[in-house]
Structure formats: C-alpha cells, structure tokens
Design a protein around this ligand. Structure first.
Ligand code: MOS
Length: 694
C-alpha cells in the first residue's frame, strides 16, 4: 500500500471544484425543503431606545403571511455568552439595525412586503456613536480579543524614549471594515419534534451547534448544523449570528422549514465588523535605527451589548527587539453595532500602524527599510521571552528584495516619474500567530479498501476538504481517490472554528493521528479488514497541552509598487509581491490562492474599503457593494507569491502554520509606504483616497 505521487505540497485542485462551478454545490438556502416558509427581518430604525408599540395588523392581513415575530411573542431563548443572539427578547434597542421583528410568509416576496408593513414606534434616547481619541468612555478592558492581556510593559519606556536620539511619534487610523462575504449569512431551519437541523452559512458547525443547543435549551445531540459549502466568511461567520437564531425561532413558530438569507443592506449592523482603530506609535532609536523604546497604544470601540476589543497593539509584542516597551488597548462602549473578527484581527490594523512607523523610522535614520528591520530582529519573542519555534522574517525580506528588485530602486522620495505619474515602492513585514485548537477526528477503513475520514471541519472556500484529504491519504499511504473526507456537519466528530488561520493545523492533526493509528492497526492485521470495517477516533486536546512553550508565528514580507497621478490623486497598485515563511505548505495551489486573496483584501483596505459612521443616523452608511468598495479585478495587478521552505518540528505532525490571514497583514502598510516613496505624502489614515494626495 504505497503511492509514488507526493501528496503533501501538491497543487491539488479543490475536490468540490466541479460541483461549485456547475452550480451543484448546495449553500445554506439551496437545500430543498417541503412547505418552505421565508423570513425577512425588520431592523430598528432608531439608534437607542425602547420599542413602545408594534402594529402588525397590515402585515398579517396578507394570507401568505404565517407569522410576525416580535419581542412580545417570539419564543423565549436561554442565555448564552453572546448577548447579541438574544434576538426579539426585549423592547430595548442598543444600536440601529438591531432586529425588532421578523416576518414569515409562504413566499419571499410576501415576507418582504410584510416586513415593510410592520409599524414600530419607539421612545428614543440620545446616542453616542463616534469614536474619538479622547472619548470620556474609554477604559482599560480586562483582556482583548483572543484572551490576550490589554496592557504589557517592559523596562522604562518613558525614560528610554525621552533619551533616544531619534524619535517617531505618529497616530495611525484604520476605519471600520466589513467582511462582506459573497454568500450572505443565511440559514434553512427545520424542526422534527425537538430535533433542530439548520443548514447554516458559518465557519464552525460544532460551535454553532453548541450555541443553538444552549439558546433553545436542547442537548447538543439534538441540534444538527450543516455547512457543507460556505461562500466565504472572513471571520464574520466564526460564531452563530442572529440570522440563524431567527430562522430557528421562526421554524419552531410556524412549524415549517424556514429560509432566511440576510439582505446585504442589513449586514453591516448584525454580523460583526472590524472595529475602527486609532493607534499612537512612538519609537525611540539610536541613529543607526536600533530600537530602544517602542510604545503602541490602541484605541477602539465596542457596542453596549458586548465588549469585543480588537487586539491591534499585539503585533508590537512579537515583531522587533525593544528593551523598553509598552503596548496598551483602550475601548469605548458606544451605541454602535457589535464588532467582531475580520481576517487577521489585531495583526491587520496593528501592522498597518507599526509597519508604517518602521518606514518613518527608516527614513529618519537614513537606513534602508529592510536593513532597519534586520537590525531589530529579536533573539526571542520580545514580550514573552520565549524562543520562536521558527522565524524567517529576514529571509522573507531578503528573498522578496531579490525578487522585487528592491535594491535597484532610487530611494529618494518622489524621485521616479513616468510621464506625469509618480512611481514608488514600499515594503512591510507581515506576521500572524500559528494557532491550533482542540479537535477530534475519526478514520475508517472499509472492507472494500476505501477509507472515510470524519471531522466537523468547515470548508469556507479555502480548500480545507482537499488538504485534509491530502493529509489523510499521505498518512495512510494510499492514493488520494481512495479516501473520502467528510466535513461540514456538526454530526461529525467535533472540531474547531475555521478561523484564526488554525483550521488545517487543528483538524489535520487529529486526522493525521487517526490515520497513523489506523495504518498501524491495518499493518498488524496484514491489511485484512473485517466486514464492518475498522474505525479509529482521536482527540488532540492533550497533545496540544503537552507541547513545549514556544512563540509560534508565521512571518512574511510584502512589497508594493504604486503609481500616483498627481493631477487626480488616483493611486494604482502596479505590483504586489509577498514572500512568506509559514511552515510546510501542504497544497501549493490553494495556499497560493489564500495568500493572493489576503493580499487582494489588503489592497482593498489600503485604497478602497471603509465603513463610515453617520453620527446623526447612528449606523454605517455603506449598505451594499456599490458603496462599500472592495477591490475589483481591474484594481488588482499582478500579485506574485512565494514562500520559504520552513522546517518547524514544533507545530503539529504536518509542520504547517496557518496561511488564511497572514496575506492581508502588512499589505496596506507596504502600499502606504510606496505612496510615500512616490509622493512624499505620509498617509496615516486609511483608506488612501485621492483627495489626500492632491
Ligand atoms: Mo478569521 S477573522 O479568524 O475567520
């Protein structure tokens, strides 16, 4: 039982590619059901206050309308640790767009008309929705996202900074950003007695199962969450969100299967977003650019419902040697929608600030930006003092410089023109933690010589199913097509979220473990498989606990070349290059796609994306993809991606680090640094719109 083709690292195409391009793949609301009802939510039209009355008479006059759910009649829910899910439980309105009613009808059109016919009156209260650097509500949270400490201090920053010969002190701002997956949050919910099945668009079927079980007071086994195909999420689908709860409530009420696809114009308020940040960076260095003192102080917002604190200052705990350092987070709870995870929470906005500041320091010292970063390489992780499991940032920078032609450039600001266009290039570093979370898997050998591997992984378009099949087949020592990997259902062995760039490591590890044990059991039996087959079940919780204490992170280098039209202020990215060190790359095709996707999103962040809080209206103004600009094909230049072959035995049996998020980290800083090189204008607030360059 051997195979000659190398399975790990191969550019294997997605196993479900044909299903997807032929339209056969079923997403959350594609599953056919009988007697289907459709639900349309009603968002609050005030920012803060109390519902005083709801008139549903006109809505219910249509015989196609089966029910209107409000806080007065909706099923009661149990509490969970996410109060955003307590939908239709109270007359209180905590932000504009929060759901206040749900229309359910036998057709989508009837549900929508009914929703529009519902009359809600409110008693309003004054609201506070604008984050400012001196907001009186700012406070120090107990911890920030991912359970990290809010503040860290080493040495004596104030003295070291005051005494440093070269000082940088700048404030960087990133706007609110919305995830906008192509498939909106959507669910089909069905009850069979006390059994709830939801086809739901999410990044974590096991987690959504547990949350729905809590909300409805059911045993986990009574809830079945299917997410066979997911049209993107970027973090917005990492946990259960209100739409799936509404669908399940509606299905229970009308005793029919209910479909709810969230209209995109409601998304901004109820599915999470990347909170805006205001980040002050101070760096004190010697004239050669050696950092003595580094402070990264981040300010952000959360809602009054939940405290979610974007961990923007945390990359400054990992990136550079700084004997005296301070990293802090302050948050204000405003009357805004609740922020949440968006691709590379923390690192993405944080590295825009830090890597822009490093560029400013390079110029202040007259040191090449790559050389500056090399001079500040730490021997161990600066904050934790732990050795790195592996760290090849300098190799990424050097390999990138060679491929990009970095050292051929004229370092002078505004020194290169083509006609009237100003041309510039910039570099920035990239990083993301290499996380792994407890998951379980089963491997089954059937009597006919085929194998089935089961894990409640979520393939959100990344190719998870494919890479898990590669890991399983490679471990079993069999061809790819003799293994079927089942993912996308909470009825499978429980697994962790498709988030934090942790999926492949967290799911691949128990798959590897199960397949290793299964292969041994088969070898012991001379490969004689009994009629009922052989099944091996594994859990990696203990394996994770037993790992050595090390700092585990992926690193990368981002290079950008831009052209700026000084007449119009229009910036175009001409070239992007990313070089990454992320352990062993397990599928070169889907990995490249992940890096390119991340860098494309980083380009959008640099030049296009941003959600604007309307202070009077109290919500984000961009309600669709015509207003919220993501990079379109014409915006995206040649994107070149490479990686360093990195051997790291301290990660997991595959030796992989996550790759889903690191591509977005540093891209915006590389582009902003290139814009500065081209024009001499230092843009410290994203996105870089034309008006700031003319
Ligand atoms: Mo990612 S923001 O952890 O799904």
């Amino acid at each position: 039982m051997t195979t000659t083709q190398p399975l790990l690292g191969a550019p294997t195409a997605r196993l479900e590619a044909r299903e997807k391009v032929t339209g056969a793949a079923r997403y959350a609301t594609d599953h056919p059901t009988d007697r289907t009802a459709y639900a349309w939510p009603v968002p609050a039209t005030v920012v803060r206050g109390e519902i005083t009355s709801i008139d549903t008479t006109a809505a219910l006059a249509d015989p196609a309308v089966l029910a209107v759910l409000t806080h007065q009649n909706a099923p009661r829910l149990h509490e969970t640790d996410d109060p955003n899910l307590a939908v239709l439980q109270s007359p209180h309105v905590a932000h504009r767009g929060q759901f206040v009613a749900l229309a359910v009808a036998t057709s989508l059109e009837a549900a929508r008309s009914a929703a529009e016919a519902i009359r809600v009156t409110y008693r309003t209260e004054p609201h506070d929705v604008v984050l400012t650097p001196d907001h009186p509500g700012l406070y120090k949270p107990d911890e920030v996202n991912a359970g990290l400490p809010a503040d860290r201090e080493h040495g004596d920053f104030d003295t070291a900074y005051a005494n440093a010969p070269v000082r940088i002190d700048a404030v960087y701002e990133t706007p609110a950003l919305h995830n906008h997956p192509l498939e909106p949050h959507a669910a089909t919910a069905l009850w069979d007695g006390d059994d709830l099945t939801v086809y739901d668009s999410n990044q974590h079927s096991s987690g959504v199962q547990r949350t729905l079980a809590q909300l409805f007071g059911l045993a986990n086994g009574k809830v079945h969450v299917v997410n066979e195909h997911v049209g993107g999420g970027f973090g917005a689908k990492g946990t259960a969100r209100p739409p799936v709860v509404l669908a399940a409530m509606a299905a229970r009420t009308v005793r029919r299967p209910v479909k709810l696809a969230l209209p995109r114009n409601q998304l901004a308020a109820v599915t999470g977003y990347r909170a805006p940040t205001i980040q002050r960076i101070r760096i004190g260095a010697d004239p050669e650019g050696h950092i003595e003192a580094l402070a990264h102080e981040a300010i952000t917002q959360s809602s009054t419902i939940t405290e979610f604190v974007e961990q923007a200052a945390t990359p400054s705990r990992t990136m550079y040697n700084a004997p005296h350092s301070r990293t802090t987070h302050r948050v204000a709870r405003l009357d805004v929608p609740t922020p949440s995870w968006m691709r590379a929470p923390g690192e993405c906005p944080g590295m825009f600030a830090l890597e822009s500041a490093m560029d400013e320091l390079a110029l202040a010292c007259g040191v090449d930006p790559i050389e500056l970063r090399t001079r500040n390489e730490p021997a161990v992780e600066p904050d934790s003092g732990l050795p790195f499991s592996s760290r090849h940032l300098v190799e990424c920078l050097r390999e990138g410089a060679r491929r990009f032609g970095w050292h051929d450039r004229d370092a002078r600001i505004g020194g290169r023109r083509e006609g009237r266009l100003l041309i510039g290039s910039g570099v920035a570093a990239s990083t993301f933690p290499a996380l792994v979370m407890p998951s379980q898997a089963e491997a089954h050998a059937a009597a006919d010589g085929s194998y089935e591997v089961r894990v409640s992984a979520s393939d959100i378009g990344t190719g998870a199913r494919t890479v898990l099949t590669q890991i399983a087949a490679d471990t079993l020592g069999v061809p790819l097509d003799s293994v079927r990997v089942r993912v996308g259902s909470s009825d499978l062995p429980p697994a962790s979220v498709a988030g934090g760039s942790s999926g492949t490591a967290s799911w691949g590890w128990p798959v590897h473990k199960a397949c290793t044990e299964l292969r041994q059991r088969l070898a012991e039996r001379g490969y004689a498989v009994p009629e009922q087959g052989i099944t091996v079940a594994t859990d990696i919780a203990q394996d994770i606990d037993e790992r050595e204490d090390l700092a585990r992170h992926a690193f990368g280098a981002q290079f950008a070349e831009v052209q700026v039209d000084p007449a119009t202020g229009e910036t175009r990215v001409r070239r992007l290059l990313g070089v990454f060190a992320a352990g062993r790359i397990l599928n070169s095709r889907t990995a490249r796609s992940q890096f390119i996707g991340g860098m494309t999103m980083g380009l959008g962040m640099a030049l296009l994306e941003g959600s604007t809080m309307d202070p009077a209206f109290g919500d984000y103004a961009e309600r669709d993809l015509a207003a919220y600009h993501v990079a379109a094909c014409a915006d995206v230049p040649e994107i070149d991606v490479h990686w360093i072959e990195e051997e790291d035995p301290h990660l997991n049996p595959m030796g992989s680090k996550g790759i889903g998020e690191i591509g977005i980290v540093g891209t915006a800083a590389a582009i902003a640094n290139a814009v500065h090189h081209a024009t001499g204008v230092r843009v410290r607030a994203l996105p870089i719109h034309p008006d700031v360059l003319v």
